[in-house]
Ligand binder design. Structure first.
Ligand SMILES: CC(C)(COP(=O)(O)OP(=O)(O)OC[C@H]1O[C@@H](n2cnc3c(N)ncnc32)[C@H](O)[C@@H]1OP(=O)(O)O)[C@@H](O)C(=O)NCCC(=O)NCCS
Length: 161
């Protein structure tokens, strides 16, 4: 089935995936709120009727913020995270979004590799952004510039690994 909009029936599974994916997970009420949030675009990845991943964005004019994305651990490494990201970005693009911003833990090598290969570039750093004190990279994707590597200057300035 692939990408579709999240519905109230999906939330139980989404919360289950969330708990296995993050140290500080979003709660059920928070996900339920996103279903009715007018600025939210909340997608799930559906494999034969089973929710195996989700992505939630917030839209402000022509910019989107990727607030949350995760795949069920038993479905990771199969290319589904990439498909979920790519297809949800495609939907936003069709809606008129021009750029997408996100934050990612510096130690989250899997997510960093995924975002880079989707065309996101590091544009900043938020020191001690997370509850446990880890720094975040701020990444941005401009649909017009996909494929154009502008991260070189940033790497020089901040010594990105
Ligand atoms: C990040 C996440 C969504 C990726 O989903 P996934 O289905 O496992 O990823 P895919 O199989 O589509 O792989 C996409 C890319 O991620 C990277 N990747 C995947 N597994 C990896 C691993 N074990 N180690 C390093 N990189 C990895 C690779 O670049 C891969 O591309 P490639 O196969 O062309 O090399 C998933 O790992 C996840 O849910 N993590 C926990 C939640 C999280 O960290 N979310 C991001 C918060 S910012």
């Amino acid at each position: 089935m692939g990408l579709r909009k999240a519905t109230p029936k999906d939330i139980e599974k989404v919360v289950e995936i969330e708990k296995t994916s993050y140290t500080f997970p979003w709660t059920q009420p928070l996900f339920l709120r996103e279903l009715d949030n007018p600025v939210s675009r909340f997608f799930v990845w559906d494999e034969k009727g089973m929710v195996v991943g989700y992505a939630c964005y917030w839209l402000v004019e022509d910019e989107a913020y990727l607030a949350n994305i995760a795949l069920d651990p038993s479905w990771r490494g199969l290319g589904l995270g990439r498909m979920l990201l790519r297809e949800s970005l495609e939907k936003l693009k069709r809606e008129g979004v021009e750029e997408v911003v996100l934050e990612v833990r510096q130690g989250n090598k899997t997510a960093l590799a995924l975002y880079r290969s989707a065309g996101f570039r590091i544009v900043g750093k938020r020191p001690r952004h997370y509850e446990d004190g880890e720094d975040a990279w701020v990444m941005r994707l401009k649909f017009q510039e996909v494929g154009h590597d502008r991260a070189g200057d940033y790497r020089k300035a901040y010594g990105e690994p």
